[in-house]
Ligand binder design. Structure first.
Ligand SMILES: Cc1cc2nc3c(=O)[nH]c(=O)nc-3n(C[C@H](O)[C@H](O)[C@H](O)COP(=O)(O)O)c2cc1C
Length: 193
């Protein structure tokens, strides 16, 4: 099957990272024809007032400077659109997603490009995609009331139309790292390819 994977890693650690190890395994298991790589250790900018104004300006009315301001966001949206499957590595940082990943989300959630306002409310425009998210945490159990990452990710991906979201979790590593890794490994082995 022709498949393009968008492989995103949000761990600040390039060495010894649990989530990077898991996403590498997942990408290999999927056997994609093409892998687009976004390593968020190369930082993405935060939104600015000028950026927001450029985004709110209708595309045909934007000036050159506004188009330049949106160019990186446009590129990230194109990467996302061209992917069949997203593989995202997400360490829990302070009970939520890393700021680097939030920056990526802020740049790809674009009215008119990835979601649209309709008479019946917002509608995601990126349909038919799958997301596999490798999550690691020290103590926070995934799905617990202090996990503000996985519910948020499921919601915001659904908001842009990606409703097929699976989690591979190596959570609460500080309690029992071997058991956490075994759970993650079983989830990877069970992934449909
Ligand atoms: C800045 C920072 C904040 C963290 N906050 C949490 C947290 O709120 N809850 C938790 O369970 N683990 C927390 N951890 C631990 C990481 O989630 C855990 O070490 C995870 O394995 C990191 O992923 P990585 O190995 O891919 O870098 C934090 C780690 C860092 C560096």
């Amino acid at each position: 099957m022709t498949q393009t994977v968008l492989h995103i890693d949000a761990s600040a650690r390039t060495q010894g990272s649990t989530t990077r190890g898991l996403t590498a395994q997942i990408v290999e298991r999927l056997g994609a024809d093409q892998v687009i790589r976004r390593d968020l250790t190369s930082p993405l900018p935060q939104l600015t007032e000028d950026w927001v104004n450029a985004n709110f300006t209708p595309a045909d009315d934007r000036n050159t400077a506004q188009n330049e301001l949106l160019a990186l966001s446009d590129q990230l949206v194109e990467e996302l659109k061209s992917a069949d499957t997203l593989v995202i590595g997400v360490p829990i940082y302070n009970f939520a997603v890393p700021a680097s990943l939030k920056a990526w989300i802020d740049l790809v959630a674009r009215a008119g490009l990835t979601f649209a306002y309709t008479e019946t409310g917002p509608k995601g425009l990126l349909e038919g995609k799958r997301a596999i998210i490798a999550v690691a945490s020290g103590g926070t159990p995934i799905g617990s009331e202090v996990d503000f990452a996985t519910g948020y990710l499921r919601h915001v991906l659904g908001f842009i139309g990606i409703t097929d979201v699976e989690f591979v979790a190596a959570d609460a590593m500080m309690m029992d790292a071997d058991a956490a890794m075994a759970r993650a490994q079983s989830a990877i082995d069970a992934l449909a390819v």
